[in-house]
Design a protein. Structure first.
Length: 341
């Protein structure tokens, strides 16, 4: 698609010959929420721990006990979503293999899976990936893969021998673990978790949701119109919130300018404001506090303090947010390490 990463949004539009993946489904999520799926990776295991209202789509148990998504186009088994995404990945790796001059069929894949995934579920994902055309030669836990990438790019990480805390803040999920780095030169499988936790419904995507609510409330107080009731305005608001978060990752302020966001009998209405770091941190504090709590609770589960660790490493898309970084540092009382990209 020309992007650095493909958004993991899948659309099952009524009347379409097949699902679609990426930016187009992402742009449909407000106009067609009942046929758009995202954060489906959280359903690799039954999401019994998810909080009500924080799952971005409805799911049900089928007649055979298999988890199914309740969409406008009908009930779709979660395995079908995985199969479709794996098929798209197989097409992509095949294309890249041709460009690199690899022999046909020589596209070996290491599959990253949710950390702590039960062996049966792990094998099911491997089978689905292979059926889709991916030559899976190994699997690795997401957090261990993140540690490996960090250790390769930052040679000093793990040299002291003390445990390392790793916090992975994704869009809809936050994971954290404590790892013994001394075993990693024996292979990632030899590394044991001193503690491991995963919390779905907690992640950087909720910073955008919270900022959208804040902007909408202020606009409603001024103009008497709730923009969240208009899916076109809502799409523009979320895009602006995402752009503001990107700006605030490198600047002290972000400008939000949305002309003609709506209108009434008095004429068009515009949304324009400047958001500063301190205000943004205050607006999203409830979200960043939840993320920081995942890190603190995981370290506590390992019967350690943050000061006992060689480092607390922050990775994932959320690592770019100063608000998330500062919340974790304030909660733990130590400086977090953000690897070079």
């Amino acid at each position: 698609s020309g992007e650095r990463a493909t958004p993991t949004f899948v659309s099952y539009a009524q009347g379409a010959d097949e699902p679609s993946l990426g930016s187009v489904p992402k742009s449909r999520r407000f106009a067609h929420p009942a046929d758009t799926v995202f954060n489906w990776q959280a359903l690799a295991e039954t999401p019994s721990s998810q909080e009500p209202g924080k799952t971005p789509f409805a799911y049900e148990s089928g007649d055979d006990g298999e988890l199914e998504l309740a969409l406008s186009a009908g009930r779709v088994p979660v395995r079908e979503v995985y199969s479709f995404v794996f098929s798209e990945a197989a097409l992509y790796t095949g294309q890249k293999g041709i460009e690199a001059g690899w022999p046909d069929g020589d596209h070996q894949v290491v599959l990253s899976v949710p950390s702590g995934l039960a062996p049966g579920r792990r094998q099911a994902l491997i089978s689905l990936a292979r059926s889709a055309g991916l030559n899976v030669v190994h699997t690795v836990d997401e957090l261990k893969a993140q540690f490996l990438a960090t250790a390769i790019a930052n040679a000093s990480i793990g040299t002291s021998g003390a445990p390392i805390g790793l916090v992975d803040v994704g869009g809809w999920t936050t994971q954290a673990c404590v790892l013994d780095p001394m075993a990693w030169n024996q292979g990632l499988d030899a590394m044991e978790y001193g503690a491991l936790s995963r919390r779905d419904g907690v992640g950087s995507e909720f910073l955008h949701h919270t900022l959208v609510d804040h902007l909408s409330l202020n606009f409603a107080l001024r103009h008497g119109v709730d923009l969240r009731n208009d899916h076109l305005a809502l799409e523009r608001l979320f895009s602006a919130a995402e752009e503001a978060a990107v700006q605030l990752s490198t600047s002290s302020a972000a400008k939000i300018h949305l002309p003609f966001i709506t209108g009434d009998h008095t004429g068009p209405k515009h949304l324009e404001t400047t958001l500063r770091q301190a205000e943004y941190a205050s607006v999203v504090e409830s979200v960043t506090d939840e993320i920081a709590a995942v890190a603190a609770d995981t370290i506590s589960d390992a019967s350690l303090t943050a000061q006992d660790l060689a480092a607390v490493v922050l990775v994932g898309g959320g690592s770019k947010s100063p608000a998330i970084r500062d919340a974790i540092q304030n909660k733990l009382g130590v400086r977090v390490f953000i690897p070079e990209r």
